[in-house]
Design a protein around this ligand. Structure first.
Ligand code: G
Ligand code: G
Ligand code: MN
Ligand code: NA
Length: 255
């Protein structure tokens, strides 16, 4: 397969890069963190988003190497921001984990080593896992517990789209629940969606978990999420994912 051969070359050729999307505190919109998102600058097809290559990477066993690259690259960038931007630097770095990474018993040690390399305290890193992954099996559960013991934070990504439910939230060792953007998109027009969001926020609060509304695109959605007392927002209203240098310029301009 052409895409497979291309992907094998992408990492050594330096075609994979990371963009960063702000995560802001509600209300107010102060950027407190960023989510790292991988991109592929394909030699002929332009910039590809993960939907176009993460699946292939999983099938051909490249996802581990890509995941490690994203972790290294984003931690290095985050440490740079801390050194250069001081108090204006984002306080938290979110990085997505794949199934293969979570099934690797070496992951906690790797994460610890990368943090140490850059002098980063573990609590600045928040690893995002989907609910189906978090609930998956004993190997994954053990890895998650070890990551927690390291002191890194865990976020449940795309909450609401998987098979697990609010009733199971207390079983997962997570610090943050990210409410999937499909719910936010209809929060103002479909009452059932608003009620589900509200219930998720109340349950998360009772478990001392923070909540993030994903995919906020309008001021109306932001106002509603603030009224429902969601802790954080993420979405195009606050900023699209940007390359490191562009995000740094934005931070410097807006402070
Ligand atoms: O980047 P985009 O906005 O297109 O995100 C699409 C999906 O790809 C999201 O579900 C996100 O969690 C996933 N994703 C983005 N970056 C990474 C990454 O570095 N590793 C893994 N495993 N998934 C990622
Ligand atoms: O699954 P995960 O939440 O990790 O991936 C985030 C994805 O959502 C990325 O593909 C990112 O580009 C996309 N995204 C982020 N903010 C918005 C938004 O406001 N609207 C839409 N439609 N997509 C968004
Ligand atoms: Mn995510
Ligand atoms: Na998501």
């Amino acid at each position: 397969l052409q895409i497979e051969n291309d992907l094998r070359r992408a990492l050594p050729e330096g075609e994979l890069f990371v963009v960063y999307q702000p995560i802001v505190a509600l209300p107010g919109g102060r950027a407190t963190g960023v989510e790292a998102l991988v991109r592929w600058r394909h030699p002929t097809r332009g910039v590809l988003t993960p939907g176009g290559f993460i699946g292939v990477a999983e099938e051909v066993g490249l996802i581990d190497a890509i995941g490690e690259h994203v972790l290294r690259e984003s931690c290095a960038c985050f440490a740079d921001w801390r050194a250069r931007l001081g108090s204006r630097a984002p306080r938290q770095l979110n990085v997505n984990l794949s199934r293969a990474q979570l099934r690797s018993p070496a992951l906690p040690e790797l994460v610890g080593a990368i943090l140490a390399e850059h002098g980063l305290p573990p609590q600045v890193l928040q690893l995002e896992v989907t609910e189906s992954l978090a609930a998956q099996d004993e190997v994954v559960q053990a890895t998650l517990r070890q990551l927690k013991q390291l002191g890194v934070r865990l976020a449940l990504d795309d909450f609401g789209t998987g098979y697990s439910s609010l009733a199971c939230l207390h079983l997962l060792p997570v610090d943050t629940v990210k409410i999937d953007r499909s719910f936010i998109a209809h929060a103002e027009t479909i009452e059932y969606h608003r009620v589900l969001i509200e219930a998720t926020i109340r349950v998360a609060q009772s478990l001392d978990m923070a909540t993030v509304a994903e995919g906020i695109e309008t001021a109306g959605q932001a106002a509603l999420m603030t009224r429902l007392r969601c802790d954080y927002g993420q979405g195009w209203l606050y900023g699209r994912p940007l390359e490191a240098a562009a995000l740094e310029r934005r931070i410097a301009e807006t402070h």
